[in-house]
Design a binder for this molecule. Structure first.
Ligand code: GLU
Length: 277
């Protein structure tokens, strides 16, 4: 389904996405851990392979990675019952995650850096300028910044809450040319694909946004980190003229395919300041 979005709009947006010089890639916990919540090295290596392919093309890549709480759970075999315990789990998992990323990127002789951010850092202009400057410097040095929320210090009231919102703020803040959100679902469907096998992939979102949002609201039950926030994050960047794609993390060569203008997942057409209805 791509009602309301023309072929040429889709093709133009796909070309923009393919030619992006600066790409923010967001990977969710399910794309990095297995059913036992253990960090899944094969999944992580696959993500790193995909990013390395973009680096190979000379693009700047910024990775927004979840998985700290998930990996922490697997590491100490305890799911945590309170907010405090989830925060503590995040500290266990975050260091493990970075250790594994360091090793995995090392296969490509690629250096990485860790940034842990809070809502304060996004809202306070001085702090956000510092974040932007740090990222610019790292990119000049050919280092891949790996960003997560600083879950250990983010209390309920000031939590960004999910990395879909964090990745869209980062994409806008660093003037990215593309946001790719990698998930286990693989895009936006006309229903919940995990429950409804007749659900079909929505190829592109633009003028049909309100319809898509309605479909998504009706088909999801969980508020946080579900497809709703991914759609919101992608829409937010598209309103800044940045194309966004929600795609399946397990899709072979997923980022390479995007760079080759292939149809992957659900594409959000950049709006360039004019919000169509
Ligand atoms: N910051 C959380 C973590 O790394 C994840 C938030 C999210 O799933 O969006 O575990």
């Amino acid at each position: 389904m791509s009602d309301g979005v023309s072929r040429s709009e889709i093709e133009q947006a796909r070309a923009l996405a393919a030619n992006a010089d600066r790409v923010v890639v967001k990977a969710g916990t399910n794309s990095l851990t297995n059913e036992a919540s253990k960090l899944d090295i094969d999944k992580l290596d696959k993500l790193v392979d995909d990013i390395a392919a973009l680096r190979e093309r000379g693009k700047d890549v910024i990775l927004v990675s979840s998985g700290s709480i998930g990996a922490g759970k697997g590491r100490i075999a305890y799911n945590g019952e309170t907010v405090e315990e989830s925060q503590a789990l995040s500290t266990v998992g975050q260091s493990l995650l970075m250790h594994q990323y360091t090793e995995s990127f090392e296969r490509y002789d690629q250096k990485i850096a860790q940034l842990l951010l809070t809502q304060h850092d996004l809202e306070n202009s001085e702090r956000f300028t510092n974040v932007q400057n740090t990222i610019e410097t790292l990119l000049e040095w050919d280092i891949v910044p790996v960003i997560n929320e600083n879950d250990a210090v983010a209390t309920k009231e000031i939590r960004i809450g999910d990395n879909d919102m964090l990745s869209s703020s980062v994409a806008v803040g660093v003037d990215a040319d593309l946001l790719v959100t990698l998930t286990d679902v693989g895009g936006v469907y006309t229903g919940n694909p995990k429950e409804d096998e007749t659900a079909t992939l929505i190829e592109a979102v633009g003028r049909n946004y309100d319809d898509v949002q309605g479909i998504v609201e009706a088909s999801t039950s969980s508020e946080f980190g579900g497809i709703q926030t991914k759609v919101q994050g992608a829409r937010d960047v598209s309103e800044y003229g940045i194309p966004a794609i929600i795609a399946k993390s397990t899709e072979p060569d997923v980022l390479e395919k995007i760079a080759a203008e292939k149809a992957v997942g659900t594409l959000f057409i950049p709006i360039n300041g004019v919000i169509n209805d």
